[in-house]
Write a protein that binds this ligand. Structure first.
Ligand SMILES: CSC[C@H]1O[C@H](OP(=O)(O)O)[C@H](O)[C@@H]1O
Length: 362
């Protein structure tokens, strides 16, 4: 049983094939950008941060053995292949942000007359490799900020005895299998557990890919957390009956106003949480926040193949001939979001844009 979604050393990249989990734990070699695009598009690896890291590392393993005649030719190869990788899945912004940052680096290195093409390649490889450690550090910070915010909110509003543990609900998979490690929303759950404050965690099965039943449950069992799997259709009954203190989910793209695209089903959980006065948190690194778009209506929502709904593996579960609608994500309006938990702190949606701009300026 492994929770390491990405295995990398310079010149070598493997990903844990998440289509086979939880029954089979098998690593798949990613030999270059074509492989990288395929494993992302097929969702053998998924999760906004993991998509960006695997995409960029697939470029790193491709250019590592290559000799480039000039810095310009290296830059042109980098630009073309980064744009290709961004096309693998359109909703999560992390790959686009990483591609933009790496292209700025490639342009700067091209202009830097103090280094040759060999040094440029080494610096480019180092920059892509740094994403792994940074993501884990970001996730641990998200976990710390998120756990503190939830415990503080519960202490202020629920009347629970000081120091009591909390019961939380999460959706989809936002753990080590969606990132370089530790996780975003599941990083908050891990931090609550590390503080001895996790009374119980509920995870939804998250049809149709079943990230919750197959991946989050896999992580929670691995960690031996007190956890229960629920159907997506049970969330209203759960919030009514089980004294859930908070909902914490991930994000694929957070717009400047705080509207958030996340796994399909997130929006209706947010509506139900509002009805039951349960705080609803989004946990996301700054690399998932897209200040270039004003609101959720501007987010492209990926539609996945009907077969992901009509079959479980090779077994058909829907009537042949029925039409399907299979958007992979939906958008939760900022008005339903209590706070956006990032590695730099927790922000109300209305404060997000100004706070992030201040952080970026500093
Ligand atoms: C930290 S993962 C963020 C996000 O990615 C997942 O989508 P997918 O499994 O389709 O890649 C899900 O929406 C998570 O919340």
């Amino acid at each position: 049983m492994s929770l390491q979604s990405i295995k990398y050393s310079r010149g070598s990249l493997e990903i844990l094939d998440q289509l086979l989990l939880p029954v089979q734990s098998k690593y798949v070699a990613v030999r270059g950008v074509e492989d990288g695009w395929k494993v992302i598009n097929k969702m053998q690896v998924r999760g906004a941060p993991a998509i960006a890291i695997v995409g960029c590392l697939s470029l790193a393993v491709e250019i590592h053995p290559e000799e480039f005649g000039s810095k310009k030719s290296l830059r042109q190869e980098v630009e073309g292949k980064l744009n290709y990788l961004v096309s693998a899945r359109p909703t999560a912004v992390n790959m686009k942000i990483a591609a933009d940052e790496l292209l700025v680096l490639a342009n700067d290195l091209t202009k830097d007359e103090t280094i040759d093409v060999g040094e440029m390649k080494q610096r480019f490889l180092s920059a892509t490799e740094a994403m792994l450690k940074k993501d884990i550090a970001d996730n641990r910070a998200i976990g710390a900020h998120g756990a503190k915010a939830i415990l503080q909110r519960v202490a202020e509003t629920s009347g629970a005895p000081a120091g009591a543990g909390v019961r939380v609900l999460t959706h989809c998979n936002t753990g080590s299998l969606a990132t370089a490690g530790y996780g975003t929303a599941l990083g908050v759950v891990r931090q609550l557990a590390e503080l001895g404050k996790l009374e119980h965690v509920y995870c939804t099965e998250t049809r149709p890919y079943n990230q919750g039943a197959r991946l989050t449950a896999y992580e929670l069992v691995h960690e031996k957390f007190p956890a229960t799997l629920v159907l997506d259709s049970m969330v209203a009954a759960l919030l009514r009956a089980k004294n859930v203190a908070a909902v914490v989910v991930g994000a694929d793209r957070v717009a400047a106003n705080g509207d958030t695209a996340n796994k399909i089903g997130t929006y209706q959980i947010a509506v139900v949480a509002k009805h039951h006065d349960v705080p609803f948190y989004v946990a996301a690194p700054l690399t998932s926040i897209d200040l270039a778009i004003p609101g959720g209506d501007h987010i492209i929502i990926e539609e996945r193949p009907d077969r992901e709904m009509t079959h479980v593996g090779e077994h058909r579960i829907a009537a042949p001939g029925i039409n399907c609608w299979n958007p992979a994500f939906d958008v939760t309006p900022a008005a339903l979001i209590t706070g956006i938990i990032t590695e730099r702190g927790v922000f109300k949606p209305a404060e997000l844009k100004e706070a992030i701009n201040k952080l970026l300026d500093s």
